[in-house]
Every structure is written in C-alpha cells, then in structure tokens.
Design a protein around this ligand. Structure first.
Ligand code: NAP
Length: 361
C-alpha cells in the first residue's frame, strides 16, 4: 500500500466548492472519498439527492450513494477532511475536527491569518507547512488553509517576480466571476449586463494574505513580506475565471521583457514534483494581444495553470500585465487538493508512517 493513500472526508460537500472536490477526487491516485458532510438539511440523505449537482459530468458513482453526514468528527470515517464550509460555520466546525485529532485542509477564510496556520500554495511556500508543528490541538489534529481565490491567482503571478527581483508595490483591479460567490450566488437581476464594484471583505484579503504567503518562515512564525498592495474588486457577469489587471513597482530597474522571462523561467520547488495535481506549467505567458480571456484560457492545466498576457511597461509603476486564474479549481478545491498532496508526501496524515512516506520517490 502506498503510504500516501488516505481516506478523505469532505465538509460542505454539497456546495459549489464541495462539488468541485468530489469531481477532482474522482480517480485520485492517493485519496478516496469515504465520507461527505453538510448542514442538518442535507444530513441523512444520499449525496445524489442532497446535492444540486452543477457539473455537466455525472456525480462519481462511489460518492453518489454515500449518505451525507453531520459535520461531526465522531461519525466521519476518514484520515483527514477537506473543508468547503461556509465561513459562517467553518470556524467552530474546523476547530472541532482539529481538536478531535482529524487534520483539516480548508478553503474557508477563518484560520488563514492565524499565526500557527499555514496559508499554503505548494509551488510558492511549501516550507510554511512546518507551522503545523506549532499547532496544539487535541490528538494531533491540525489546520492548513489555502488562500482566497483572487489572492491565489495574484500570488502565482507575483512569486516568480519576487524570486528574481525586489518588488515594492502592487496595484490590482480584479474582475471576479460569479461562481466565486457560491451557488446560487449573486441574484441574476444584479449580475446580468452589470458590474458590481464591491465584494465584501475581498479587498482586505488581497491586502493581507499575500504578505503572509510571500513572507519568510523565521523559526516558528512567518515574517510578512515587505510589500504594499492596493486592490479593487469587482463582480462581473463571467461564469468562471478571475481576471486581474496588475501593475507592479520594483525597487530596481525592471521592464516588461524581464518580467516575461521571470514568469517563463520559474521552476516550482523539487518537493512538488511528484504531486499529481501540480500542473506542468505554473504560469503560461500568452502572446496574443487579446489574451488571456476567461472563456478561452481558464481551463489551462486542468484549471491549475495561471495565464498571463498583455505584459507591458507601465508609465505609472514599472510593468503591468493581465492575469487569469480558475477560481474554483486553482483558487479553491484544486489548490486544497494540491496542499493535501504535499502534506501526504511529507507524512503529515499518517504520523506513524512519516519516515516511510518521506523516503518515497
Ligand atoms: P456554498 O455553495 O454556499 O456551500 C456551503 C457549504 O457549507 C454547503 O455544503 C452547505 O451545506 C454547508 N453548510 C452551510 N451551513 C452549514 C452548517 N451550519 N453546518 C454544516 N454545513 C453547512 O459555498 P462555496 O462557494 O462552495 O464556498 C465554500 C467555502 O469556500 C466558503 O468558505 C468560501 O468562502 C470558500 N471559497 C469559495 C470559492 C469560490 O470560488 N466559490 C473560492 C475560494 C474559497 P448545505 O448544502 O446542506 O446547506
């Protein structure tokens, strides 16, 4: 048996992100979904009846027949859980799992900025997983989070630049898809033919989360990156894919060709090489003058590759570009699955097998 093999539970399995977990985990080489949970309204029903399934593909048959359970660690039979819970309930529920010794790989915002909780993108800051060792829940449980969907895309574009150059400030205008608001999300009469220049809490997340992710691990804490960020977030009538218009100021002389080269030459850390959900290309740079576009490019790398285009010198800052990322895959469930793959490889889900896991190729 592969030491990375795990039985997986999904909290919030009936929601938009929960369904994406179910879809992405179908035929996963290491993870098997053995339990699904949601609110009291869904509990007790077969998953296929409780869920309003949004994908065109059928519900994976192994999951369709599972009974939806209450979000209670005592009843869920699994080695760890993914959490796609609404943030209004995620705080208490995720804590109860960690306290019961069940690792939680979460999408929700509740613990992202907690000092001892890794806010993880495996290609960017895999070393931050070590913060798990500082957590003190009962029974060896822990919580790991992935960033907000907009933050994730932005970081994928910024990290290769920050590895090469000294970035001083970033200004970003987000054009965010409707699916980022869950289902049913924004009322259709507000969304169709319209742009809404407010998404509650989003601009704050973009100002704070990147500094933690891009920060350096100093002993048992993360020293935030010295970076000024200014974000404006709008909701646009696009189904999937967050588009970001980004402008970057450097502390040294850097132009558009250098930025393109840094994005193209980026190599993810060796510790991520064997992860099944890691895309071959972290960021693809597109030459077409009208790229990237949500409808054409959002599924690059099965939704895990970020697309960048329109890289130009900027007369206000130094360089500007347009970036596109898949908000429910790279920005949510796919990012969390990749996090879990990193943790499985490093032996975090099976502490007793840690030495065996680490020696895997
Ligand atoms: P959603 O469609 O509203 O789904 C919420 C899920 O939480 C449902 O399964 C729901 O179960 C469950 N739930 C609600 N109240 C509950 C309770 N009291 N006890 C147990 N379960 C409860 O939301 P979503 O868009 O999938 O987002 C899920 C999480 O991921 C949120 O924290 C969100 O901020 C985050 N996120 C979303 C995106 C995105 O692009 N959508 C991206 C990144 C992060 P029922 O169906 O039974 O009500």
């Amino acid at each position: 048996m592969d030491p990375r093999d795990c039985r997986v539970g999904i909290l919030g399995a009936t929601g938009a992100v929960g369904q994406t977990f179910v879809r992405l985990l179908e035929e996963h080489p290491w993870f098997t979904v053995t339990a699904v949970a949601a609110s009291e309204q869904s509990a007790g029903r077969p998953y296929r009846e409780a869920v309003n399934w949004l994908s065109g593909a059928p519900i994976p048959s192994d999951v369709a027949t599972l009974e939806v359970q209450r979000t209670d660690p005592a009843v869920m039979d699994c080695d760890f859980v993914f959490s796609a819970l609404s943030s209004s309930v995620a705080g208490d529920i995720e804590r109860s799992f960690a306290d019961a010794g069940v690792p939680v790989v979460s999408n929700a915002k509740n613990y992202r900025l907690h000092d001892r909780v890794p806010l993880l993108i495996p290609e960017v800051n895999p070393e931050h997983a070590a913060l798990i060792e500082t957590q003190e829940w009962g029974g060896g449980g822990f919580i790991v989070t992935n960033p907000n969907c907009s933050t994730t895309g932005l970081i994928c574009g910024l990290h290769p630049l920050m590895e090469t150059y000294d970035v001083e400030a970033v200004q970003v205008t987000m054009l965010q898809a409707l699916s980022g608001a869950g289902y049913p999300g924004v009322p259709s009469l507000d969304a169709v033919g319209n742009v809404i220049p407010h998404i509650g809490g989003e601009e704050d997340k973009l100002a704070t989360e990147p500094r933690k992710i891009l920060g350096s691990l100093e002993g048992r804490r993360v020293e935030p990156a010295d970076l000024t960020l200014s974000a404006q977030c709008t909701r646009v009538p696009v189904r999937t894919g967050h588009l970001a218009c980004v402008s970057v100021r450097f502390r040294e002389e850097v132009g558009a060709p250098a930025v393109e080269r840094a994005l193209q030459r980026f190599e993810a850390p060796a510790s991520t090489e064997a992860l099944p959900s890691r895309p071959d290309t972290f960021v693809q740079v597109l030459d077409a003058p009208d790229a990237p576009q949500p409808r054409r490019h959002v599924d690059a790398g099965d939704g895990m590759t970020v697309s960048v285009g329109r890289v130009q010198d900027c007369p206000v800052n130094d360089v500007k570009f347009v970036l596109l990322s898949h908000n429910t895959v790279r920005g949510a469930a796919g990012g969390a699955v990749l996090n879990a793959e990193l943790l499985a490889t490093e032996g975090y889900f099976r502490p007793e097998r840690k030495s065996e896991a680490v020696s895997q190729p």
